[in-house]
Design a protein around this ligand. Structure first.
Ligand code: HEM
Length: 149
C-alpha cells in the first residue's frame, strides 16, 4: 500500500467509526447472506463480536503506516481463527462482506480508489492471519506426515 492509500483508508474509516455498531450489524447480515454455513461458527453475542471486530480493524487502520508492531497480534488472531473453525476460503467471503458494508456505509465517499485501498488493507491483514494459521497447522506433529505425502 502506498501512503495515499493508507490515507484513504484512514480518512474513510473515521466516517465509519460513529456508525460502527450499525456497520457491524450490516456486515454480519451480509456475511451470513453470502455464506450461511459460517453462521454456526459465531457462538457468542454478535453485538459484542462486532465490537471486537471493529476495534481490531481500528487498531489495524491506525497502524497501517507501520504494521510491524501489530504483526504478532495479527498472527495470534489468525491462529485463534483456526480454532473458531475458520478456513482459508472464508477470508474471501469476509473480505467481500467488508467491502460491501463499507460501500453501504460510506456511499459516494467510497470511491474506486478508496475501495482499492481497503481491498489491499484487508488482503494484507488476511494474508498475515492465514500465513500464521497455515504455519500452526503444519506444526511439529504434522511435519513427518507432510513429508511422506
Ligand atoms: C482481517 C480479518 C479478520 C479480523 C480482523 C477478525 C477479527 C476478529 C476478532 C477481533 C475476533 C474476537 C476474538 C479474538 O480476538 O480471537 C474474531 C472472532 C471470530 N471471527 Fe474473525 N476476524 C477476521 C476474519 C474472520 C474470518 C475470515 C472469519 C470466517 C468466517 C471469522 C470468523 C470469526 C469467528 C467465528 C470468531 C469467533 C466468534 C465467537 O466466538 O462467537 N473472522 N475475529
Amino acid at each position: 500500500m502506498n501512503l495515499h492509500q493508507i490515507e484513504l483508508v484512514q480518512q474513510s474509516w473515521k466516517k465509519v467509526v460513529p456508525i460502527a455498531d450499525q456497520a457491524a450489524a450490516l456486515f454480519y447480515e451480509r456475511l451470513f447472506e453470502l455464506d450461511p454455513t459460517v453462521k454456526p461458527l459465531f457462538r457468542g453475542d454478535i453485538k459484542s463480536q462486532g465490537r471486537k471486530l471493529t476495534s481490531m480493524i481500528n487498531t489495524a487502520v491506525v497502524n497501517l503506516g507501520d504494521l510491524a508492531g501489530i504483526v504478532p497480534a495479527v498472527q495470534d488472531l489468525g491462529r485463534r481463527h483456526v480454532r473458531y473453525g475458520v478456513r482459508p476460503a472464508h477470508y474471501d467471503t469476509v473480505g467481500a462482506a467488508l467491502l460491501w458494508t463499507l460501500e453501504k456505509g460510506l456511499g459516494e465517499a467510497f470511491t474506486p480508489a478508496t475501495r482499492e485501498a481497503w481491498a489491499k488493507a484487508y488482503a494484507t491483514l488476511a494474508g498475515v492471519m492465514q500465513a500464521a494459521a497455515a504455519e500452526s497447522a503444519a506444526g511439529p506433529q504434522s511435519a513427518p506426515l507432510a513429508a511422506t505425502t
